[in-house]
Design a protein around this ligand. Structure first.
Ligand code: PAF
Length: 290
């Protein structure tokens, strides 16, 4: 397996592989991989001959006071996990390799960042789009795979590809959950044992909204209120938002249907956790490990 840090070398590797007739799948990550990321690699392997995993903690998507400097990092461990899962190349650039000394131009998420995480993380999605555009330009993948846990991110990236004519297919893979249905996230490592137990309220609240929808409740206000009430039973959970949105425009809907995304963010100790379901599919439609 290759480990490449230089963007020019990365592009050359990809071009050589493509010239030899291979297709390339990219799994963009910020490292500290867990089973959720590894399943994105599995997914990419079904769609492309060779899989590149990028490992880069992207400074432009973190706001002031967020966890950029403390974000967990372990490239050695990531390398082994990627190799064992069948990836062919790890692209792990330094910050200076990606951004140089004075970057000016960025990709903007526009109104797709007006709801959900956008208002709570000013500039976050512009940072995500900018790094993903750069990774696409460096790796030149045929397909790139993202997780549905970051539903807003996946939608905004798909829209960037559409609006800016990137020749890359965007694939979205199911959320991967622990056995107690808490969604896998690198940020779960911030949780104390008590906070980790309290986190179970998150999938429980989403499952309740799914059940209410199946019983015929479609007004978003009642569905989000039921989520707030389940989360409210956990004193350690501090709700940031709960919203029901259209899957394409990401704008709030008053009447939900089976395609509606119901998403939330909470603070739990040092961690900010997000989760979501497609209302008609529920938590059960996601993958559970073990
Ligand atoms: O989802 C992530 O880990 C990041 O937002 C991404 C897509 C790798 C961009 O830095």
């Amino acid at each position: 397996m290759q480990l490449i840090s230089d963007p020019a070398e990365m592009r050359q590797w990809s071009r050589t592989q493509r010239a030899a007739g291979h297709t390339i799948g990219l799994v963009p990550t910020m490292g500290f991989l867990h089973e959720g990321h590894l399943r994105l690699i599995d997914n990419a392997r079904t769609k492309a001959d060779l899989v590149v995993v990028s490992v880069f903690v992207n400074p432009t998507q973190f706001g002031p006071g967020e966890d950029y400097s403390t974000y967990p990092r372990d490239l050695e461990r990531d390398r082994e996990l990627i190799r064992d899962r069948g990836g062919q190349c790890v692209f792990a650039p330094e910050t200076a390799d990606m951004y140089g000394s004075d970057p000016v131009v960025m990709v903007r998420a526009g109104r797709l960042a007006d709801h959900l995480c956008g208002p709570h993380r000013a500039g976050h999605f512009d940072g995500v789009l900018t790094i993903v555009a750069k990774l696409f330009n460096v790796v030149e993948p045929d397909v790139a795979v993202f997780g549905r846990k970051d539903a807003q991110q996946a939608r905004i990236i798909a829209r960037m590809v559409e609006d800016l004519d990137f020749p890359t297919e965007v694939a979205v893979a199911p959320t991967v959950r622990e056995r107690d249905l808490v969604a896998m996230s690198s940020r779960n490592t911030y949780l104390t044992p008590d906070e980790r137990t309290a986190a179970r309220a998150i999938p429980r609240s989403l499952a309740q909204a799914h059940s209410l929808f199946l019983e015929g409740k479609t007004d978003s206000a009642s569905l989000t209120a039921s989520i707030r009430s389940v989360l409210g039973e956990e004193p350690l959970v501090d709700i940031e938002y709960v919203e029901a949105v259209d899957p394409d425009s990401l704008s709030p809907v008053t009447t939900a249907d089976s395609d509606t995304i119901v998403a939330l963010a909470v603070r739990l100790g040092k961690a900010r956790l997000i989760d979501n379901i497609i209302l008609g599919a529920g938590v059960e439609a996601d993958e559970v490990v073990g």
